[in-house]
Design a protein around this ligand. Structure first.
Ligand code: NAG
Ligand code: NAG
Ligand code: NAG
Ligand code: NAG
Ligand code: NAG
Ligand code: NAG
Ligand code: NAG
Ligand code: NAG
Ligand code: NAG
Length: 482
């Protein structure tokens, strides 16, 4: 019994001791030491009384920094002393350069991934394009390798070849094509292997270029006298004297075997423009002696001629020849002139051209008064004034003059137009002059008065003449004395 009760007592004391120990423990021990990022605790203890020293070891990939304290101590106020920095990341060092490439890294420490890239035109041929810094301080795998881009040989071309020829070409290798004979290479002659593994330009081709020997009449050549004319061959022409050039004087053979620009022409000059019937050159062109091909001259209708609408009054010189002119002037037209009473005109037409004339005539021998001729003028009017026919049937003549030793018959007070008288002589005298006279349209008698003469007439005349001369002499003699 006693032992049992003792045991109860023992338990109680033990519990008290435990409780006391617990109370004092919370006062005297340190908590579990702090976890460090780069180091592990090197102890299996669970309680840490004041004064306990625990040690750390650097984790894999970290190195202990020499001289640094790796321990911490449970201090008297039940806290741990502050740990030193005693680990550092393990460095793998420079991961190594690669040819034709470069790497990118933040550092070379444990866990770093260093990426490798190839320069333009180079490809990664290694399985891994990176290296990792491992815990043991070495880099994973080998340095990645870059290899130049490969181009397969370029195409062969007809009638040409390229250089150099190889089984394979690398980035920036170039080849140059050329053609056989005088063929012209069309396209870029040189190309290079690109970063993409294709060639920088399309394959050129060879082409025969041969321009025909051109013929430009009336010219001579200043250059390019003889062929063959291949790409960019040039010829310069000069026209002979008296010819003008039309087009470019220098032409070049193009890739299509055509001359470019097209052949020039040497065209002759024209002389004076032709004279036209009803037109004259406009004054601007009158003084010019020669005209180049293509020159145009204008005509104007002469006075009395009018331009025909829609007709061209211009002619053009082409290669020393004037174009055929239109009929572009038409004569001025006059309508038929006025009719007249007791007369008519000839010729009778519907219309009359400039300068055409008509002649008026009177019927029944009637006298025409005014100008019987009229012509069509430039203004379309008739010249002068309309003549008229004087109806002289009403015209009368007085009796004609009497004559010595004669008379006329019939004797009347007045005579009508065209009535006639006949003179007769008496006493054996003879009539001198036209014995017949008639009454004219003007009321006067036609011709002159006749006279009557006998055989003595000559003697009388002679006697009279002698008397006259005597008188003259006497008068002159008397004049001298007075
Ligand atoms: C490290 O520190 C502890 C106290 O925290 C000390 O007892 C010990 O001697 C030190 N060790 C060295 C190597 O300095
Ligand atoms: C415990 O003591 C140390 C050194 O005496 C001191 O640096 C630290 O601040 C103390 N900690 C507390 C919680 O009082
Ligand atoms: C390396 O490449 C990886 C994956 O592409 C990327 O996550 C990393 O940031 C790169 N590192 C550097 C230093 O460029
Ligand atoms: C270019 O080659 C083709 C095919 O071989 C041939 O028929 C042609 O005559 C050649 N051309 C010239 C100008 O040599
Ligand atoms: C080469 O290939 C690249 C990428 O595919 C393309 O952009 C380019 O146009 C090609 N060059 C030629 C000349 O074909
Ligand atoms: C008249 O003829 C000339 C020369 O043939 C030409 O150049 C011009 O254009 C023509 N004018 C008209 C109005 O038809
Ligand atoms: C002249 O004309 C008038 C009027 O028409 C006519 O009466 C007359 O007889 C004509 N005279 C002659 C001589 O014809
Ligand atoms: C016709 O003739 C007569 C006689 O000469 C003249 O008097 C008259 O004036 C004339 N008439 C005309 C219209 O000329
Ligand atoms: C026949 C006749 O008439 N005879 C005449 C001749 O001349 C004389 C004089 O002049 C007249 O007297 C006549 O009568």
């Amino acid at each position: 019994m006693i032992s049992f009760s003792f045991c109860i007592r023992c338990w109680c004391i033990f519990l008290l001791i435990i409780i006391a120990a617990l109370f004092s423990g919370t006062h005297g021990d340190c908590d579990f030491p702090p976890r460090l990022q780069d180091a592990d605790l090197k102890t299996t203890q669970n309680s840490f009384t004041i004064g306990t020293v625990v040690e750390y070891v650097c984790r894999p990939g970290y190195l202990k920094i020499p001289g640094r304290n790796t321990t911490i101590t449970c201090l008297s106020n039940s806290t741990w002393s502050t740990p030193d920095v005693f680990c550092k990341l393990r460095s793998c060092g420079n991961p190594g350069d690669t040819l034709n490439g470069e790497f990118h890294a933040e550092d070379f420490n444990f866990g770093s991934v260093v990426n490798y890239t190839c320069n333009v035109g180079y490809n990664m041929i290694s399985k891994f394009n990176y290296r990792i810094c491992q815990t043991d301080g070495t880099w994973s795998n080998a340095v990645p390798q870059c290899e130049a881009q490969i181009c397969s040989p370029p195409e062969n071309i007809l009638n040409g070849s390229f250089n150099p020829t190889k089984d394979e070409y690398y980035y920036q290798d170039s080849v140059t094509y050329k053609c056989i004979n005088n063929l012209v290479l069309v396209g870029k002659s040189s190309m290079f292997c690109t970063e993409f593994g294709n060639w920088s330009s399309a394959v050129p081709h060879c082409k025969g270029v041969n321009c025909a020997n051109p013929d430009v009449p009336n010219s001579k050549r200043l250059s390019g006298f003889s062929g063959p004319y291949t790409l960019n061959s040039a010829i310069t022409f000069k026209c002979n004297d008296g010819f003008d050039i039309f087009g470019q004087s220098t032409i070049e053979c193009n890739i299509d075997s055509q001359w470019e620009p097209s052949l020039p022409q040497c065209l002759g000059r024209c002389g004076s423009p032709p004279s036209l019937l009803y037109a004259e050159l406009k004054p601007d062109f009158v003084d010019q002696k020669t005209f180049s091909s293509g020159a145009e001259v204008q005509y104007a209708c002469l006075i009395g001629y009018n331009p025909i609408s829609g007709k061209n009054s211009t002619i053009i010189c082409h290669d020393a020849t004037w174009s055929t002119p239109d009929v572009f002037c038409t004569s001025q037209i006059c309508p038929p002139p006025e009719n007249i009473v007791n007369g008519s005109f000839i010729p009778q037409k519907d219309q009359y051209l400039y300068k055409e004339s008509v002649t008026y005539q009177c019927f029944n021998n009637m006298e025409i008064v005014g100008d019987p001729s009229r012509f069509c003028t430039a203004t379309g009017k008739w010249s002068s004034v309309v003549p008229s026919c004087n109806d002289s049937s009403a015209q009368i003549c007085p009796p004609p003059e009497n004559i010595v030793n004669g008379h006329f018959i019939p004797q009347k007070d007045q005579y009508l137009y065209k009535e006639s008288v006949t003179y007769q002589c008496f006493n054996n005298t003879k009539i001198v002059g036209d014995p017949s006279r008639f009454c004219t349209a003007t009321g006067k008698w036609s011709s002159i008065v006749p006279s009557c003469n006998d055989g003595n007439t000559a003697g009388v005349i002679l006697g009279n003449t002698v008397l006259m001369l005597t008188l003259i002499i006497v008068t002159q003699v008397l004049g001298k004395f007075f």
